[in-house]
Design a protein around this ligand. Structure first.
Ligand SMILES: [Zn+2]
Ligand SMILES: [Zn+2]
Length: 272
């Protein structure tokens, strides 16, 4: 059975400084879920648990703010949940722990935010260092004591690892199949989800504005997903929408990606 697009586990609200769009609020997000027949929608603002010490200057909202929406509006047949998007700082410190996870329904961890100078990176790292950072950070997640049934590996493929488009492909291509196999096997064994991030799988196009990257256009972005699938990983979708104008693109993109990747319902990561 073909994978059904029925969820979005990665939506930012106006609380994330990179959104700050007053229309990006729970009521509007619920409307988006309703219009697209989504059964589950999760808000995941950028977050660093302030109880965890970092020598850097973490990006993300504090504990009180992320819980400030209060109970989410509910609609029959739609689960709207509270999640977060967490980071690993440049010293390898993970900004959440098992205790943090008890306060959220779901948490993305990013191993691939390599664009936040002074927090997740220095900024002057070479391609070789970025390859090493990718692998090390994936290992940090796999070795952490976490409830993996509600943990997702967000945007395994994103130009932020470059942090520009040219180097992004070099970094991805520099990770050997054997390493991707080892890492995704670990993810599959732990039962964590692997995200298909809508914002990261597109290219700007002069005429159509945005187009979905295809394996012909950019084989590099599909190799990690192909290996993850071979290793038995389960996948969830995340729009990474920061503002309502992104919402109309999400479902058509997701449907295209389901076909391109040949995803079945059995490939789906579900949140119990
Ligand atoms: Zn992100
Ligand atoms: Zn995000």
């Amino acid at each position: 059975m073909r994978y059904i697009f029925d969820h979005d586990f990665h939506v930012h609200t106006q609380l994330s400084p990179c959104s700050s769009n007053p229309e990006q609020n729970p009521t509007r997000i619920l409307q988006y879920a309703k219009e697209n027949n989504l059964k589950t929608v999760i808000t995941t603002d950028h977050y660093w648990d302030e109880r965890i010490h970092s020598e850097t200057d973490p990006y993300g909202i504090d504990n009180q703010t992320i819980h400030s929406w209060g109970p989410y509006p509910q609609e029959d047949g739609i689960r709207m949940l509270l999640g977060a998007e967490a980071d690993i700082d440049l010293n390898g410190v993970l900004g959440i722990n098992r205790q943090t996870c008890e306060e959220f329904d779901f948490i993305h961890i990013s191993a691939t935010h390599m664009h936040m100078d002074g927090f997740t990176c220095r900024g002057d790292e070479s391609v070789e260092e970025r390859i090493e950072m990718y692998i090390n950070r994936f290992d940090i997640i796999l070795n952490a004591d976490l409830p993996f049934h509600k943990i997702g590996f967000t945007h395994p493929v994103t130009d932020l690892i470059g942090p520009d488009y040219i180097n992004f492909v070099k970094v991805l291509d520099g990770i050997p199949d054997s390493e991707f196999r080892r890492l995704f096997k670990g993810a599959a064994e732990r039962g964590m989800g692997i995200e298909i991030n809508i914002s990261s799988m597109r290219a700007d196009d002069e005429v159509k504005k945005y187009v979905v990257l295809t394996p012909q256009m950019n084989p590099s972005v599909y190799r990690p997903y192909r290996i993850a699938k071979e290793m038995g990983c389960k996948f969830y979708f995340g729009s990474d929408a920061h503002r309502p104008r992104s919402f109309p693109f999400v479902k058509p993109f997701a449907e295209e990606l389901i076909d391109i990747m040949g995803l079945e319902e059995s490939d789906k990561f579900t949140l119990s």
